[in-house]
Design a protein around this ligand. Sequence first.
Ligand code: BMA
Length: 369
Amino acid sequence: MKKYLYIASLALTLGACGQKAVVGDDKSLSTESELLAERLQTLQQRGYMMGHQDDPMYGVTWEGTYAGDSAETGRSDVLATVGDYPAVMGFDLGGIEMGDAKNLDSVPFTRIHDELIAHHERGGIVTLSWHPRNPLTGGTAWDVTDSTVVKSVLEGGSQHEKFQTWMQRVGDFIATLKTQDEQPVPIIFRPWHENNGSWFWWGQKLCSDEEFRGLWDMLQDYLASERGFTNLLWSYSPNLDGGWTEERFLQRYPGNDRVTLIGEDAYQWGTEDDFKNALNADLTFLSDFAKRNEKLLAMTECGLKNMPDSTWWTRVLQPIMDEYPISYFLLWRNFKEEYFGPSPELPCAADFKKLHESKNTLFLKEIKD
Ligand code: BMA
């Protein structure tokens, strides 16, 4: 019932502002993911959403799930700083493929399950990434010692069977992500990210273009077709590049019929000027590509590690985001050794409050209805 009310109110909203109802021609979009695409499209007219990885799991000064499956549910550094949750929360599936009880950052999957559903039920939007271990060497996602790894999981490869089990475990977990009334939770699903770098086993130098696309298609065909999930909105998310051309971008792009959201992970690791120049160049290309191909655009991960510059958000990031049709930006996790978001006691808290007060930044309360 809720769903039909939602569709009706969405139709009214879209009708009222004259927006086209459907984003692009992604053939994997289905019931819940299509509604999510439309919701994202509508919200983007009002501004960009604030997102945070592992937001309710642990923070700059509290261990949360690192100290065990603590009872501190609902705690959040963003909430403590500005009185509202992020609009978007990100969680990671790394470790699910091994049958582990906790992910690669020590967060129990039972807790990811509960927090992901809780955020959806409070009106928020959720996104999942996956840092699977290296199926060939047994190392982590960052083990790039053997460049035959992608080939090994494709059909005919030595790890193909094992990888089927890995995908099955991902599917089994996704199948549990349902509301109390058994509705699948819509999820922005973002596998094989930062693939234009060579620090993950699916990276640029680790596989050919065909092998990368084979990897994408194998996972997508399994989850969308074989398992029939109707709640996954697929996001293609390379890393900050600084030099995209259409030709280079298309080399590993899964295709308009397989993706609804494009974006990139953009951290400032070097100088501010280098970051600004690269990000502006990339967003100029990506926003044009998104417009021409009817895709949504997001900063799928971003941040400045440990915030050495307490005004970075409003001085560096915000003026750039203001220039482009961005759906959301997701700050990476607040772990005590590496944090990217705010926390009340940090010098950057005041700047984050300014960001929150800006009209075009959307937090949970602003997207609820
Ligand atoms: C990386 C770092 C790691 C973490 C991984 C997955 O960027 O934050 O510490 O394990 O993401 O969340």
